[in-house]
Design a protein around this ligand. Structure first.
Ligand code: XBP
Ligand code: MG
Length: 256
């Protein structure tokens, strides 16, 4: 018998491909609104994704790329300015979600529904802002889906964002679970680093931004979670599965 009781999900890149057509676009809309001539191209954003968290990402961009139009103010005031800019970004991002600009990835809805049917406990562990998660869930799976998750741990709720383990440790402490009772679902090297430092086993689904990253010691690395009509492909990992899609019964039986 396996002893997995809970599945812990990352959001950005894992539940949905939010970065390229969601967050990135929202950052650019916020820059435009504030009269900043900054533009985060798809390529530049690939480097900026090294840093998790929107405010932290803007701060990294300013330090690393030294764009024009940064107000010459003390560090503290600059952080307030960044926080305001980030608030505008969140507003634009929520608008995009409400317009349905970001669908869930293949197999995500199926896995979540199967987990609920199997009475597995569910949680979210993400660096993004809480309202971004609840709005994504509402607009893709409906309001009721919010009740599927025992805890949605997001953003500034912990001091250190991924790749630090804080958000996963926070979730497990709140749910009174040990790492061996959980599986983490991630898409990026920052995500797996966070999960592994919290002692969690991890399943990876890659996306365009993360497909060349190394996921050493992931249980399995997949292109996506798969469906009957769109089979998943295994890219790496010690676990071997027969089905064309990730089936939780099969997965948990292999971990027994
Ligand atoms: C996600 C992120 C987030 C989003 C932006 O990382 O890095 O910062 O890009 O969200 P992960 P906010 O998937 O590893 O959790 O702007 O709301 O911070
Ligand atoms: Mg992610």
């Amino acid at each position: 018998m396996h002893n997995i009781e809970a599945l812990l999900f990352d959001v950005d890149g894992t539940l949905a491909d939010t970065e390229r057509d969601g967050h990135r676009v929202a950052f650019n809309l916020a820059f435009e609104e504030q009269g900043l001539k900054w533009n985060w191209s798809i390529e530049l954003y690939s480097d900026l994704l090294k840093v998790t968290g929107g405010k932290e990402r803007i701060s990294y961009y300013i330090k690393q790329y030294q764009p024009a139009q940064v107000p010459q103010i003390a560090e503290n005031d600059l952080n307030i300015w960044i926080a305001d800019l980030h608030k505008a970004k969140t507003k634009h991002y929520l608008n995009l979600l409400e317009q349905g600009a970001v669908p869930l990835r293949i197999g995500v809805e199926r896995i979540l529904r199967q987990a609920v049917a199997m009475k597995l406990r569910l949680a979210i562990a993400t660096t993004t802002t809480l309202s971004n998660v609840t709005t994504l869930l509402k607009h893709t799976l409906g309001e009721e889906s919010l009740t599927w998750f025992e805890i949605i741990a997001a953003g500034d709720i912990v001091a250190n964002k991924k790749p630090a383990p804080d958000i996963y440790l926070y979730v497990m402490e709140k749910m009174q679970l040990k790492p061996k009772q959980c599986l983490a679902f991630e898409d990026s090297d920052n995500g797996i680093l966070s999960a592994q430092q919290a002692d969690l086993n991890t399943i990876i689904t890659v996306n365009d931004y993360t497909k060349n990253q190394k996921f050493t010691d992931a249980l399995i690395v997949l292109d996506h979670l798969g469906s009957e009509s769109t089979p998943m492909q295994k890219l790496a990992g010690s676990l071997s599965l027969e089905k064309a899609y990730l089936d939780l019964e099969e997965l948990l039986s292999k971990l027994a």
